[in-house]
Design a protein around this ligand. Structure first.
Ligand SMILES: Cc1cc2nc3c(=O)[nH]c(=O)nc-3n(C[C@H](O)[C@H](O)[C@H](O)COP(=O)(O)O)c2cc1C
Length: 172
């Protein structure tokens, strides 16, 4: 399975490394795409090493003729955004295309899975819930979040679904 993993600027971004590892172990070919703020949470180098492929971080970084975001969108058999921050969710729901993750999601014909991760109050806000409903209406499959310990130390809804469960859902 050819899988594009999009990673947003949630503190759970480090778990994308585990997700990539699981997908590769299951025999998938994985290409990672990082938002600008995602790259502040987890390194492109780690994701490149784990996926054994270059990581797309900047729409404008190559100087090549090829448009990497479009190539990845058509190459993918599955696209999974994990973690999706509240802000990334809102951009995806609005159909925006200012960054590499949004461009891939907007232009792919592959099934898209979105795994949100954020603090409880951000998750329960009507704006976030409306964004999630809008993404569902577009055909995206929303994976999680779950209840549990959050990075803030609080216990509540908003925790990223375990990478193993995300991998299972994406490959099913
Ligand atoms: C330490 C830290 C942790 C954060 N964790 C989250 C998070 O788990 N979920 C979230 O939605 N935003 C979180 N934020 C806020 C996002 O980083 C911010 O909204 C950012 O614009 C999201 O980037 P993205 O749109 O590329 O995903 C966090 C910010 C900081 C500084």
């Amino acid at each position: 399975m050819k899988v594009v993993v999009g990673i947003g600027g949630s503190v759970a971004a480090y778990k994308a490394c585990i997700l990539v590892r699981r997908l590769v172990r299951a025999g998938s070919e994985v290409r990672c795409v990082l938002t600008e703020n995602g790259a502040k949470m987890v390194s492109a180098t780690a994701l490149a090493a784990l996926s054994r492929n270059p990581v797309l971080t900047d729409l404008f970084d190559s100087g090549q003729w090829e448009m990497a975001h479009l190539s990845l969108a058509s190459w993918a058999e599955r696209v999974v955004v994990a973690p999706a921050s509240a802000d990334l969710l809102s951009r995806l729901a609005a159909g925006r295309a200012g960054g590499p993750v949004e461009c891939v999601v907007l232009s792919t014909k592959a099934p898209v899975f979105v795994a949100p991760a954020m603090d409880t109050d951000m998750w329960s806000h009507p704006a976030t819930q409306a964004n999630v409903e809008r993404l569902r209406a577009f055909g995206c499959r929303i994976l999680g979040p779950t209840e549990g310990e959050l990075a803030s130390g609080r216990i509540g809804m908003g925790r990223l679904l375990e990478p193993e469960e995300i991998a299972r859902a994406v490959l099913a």
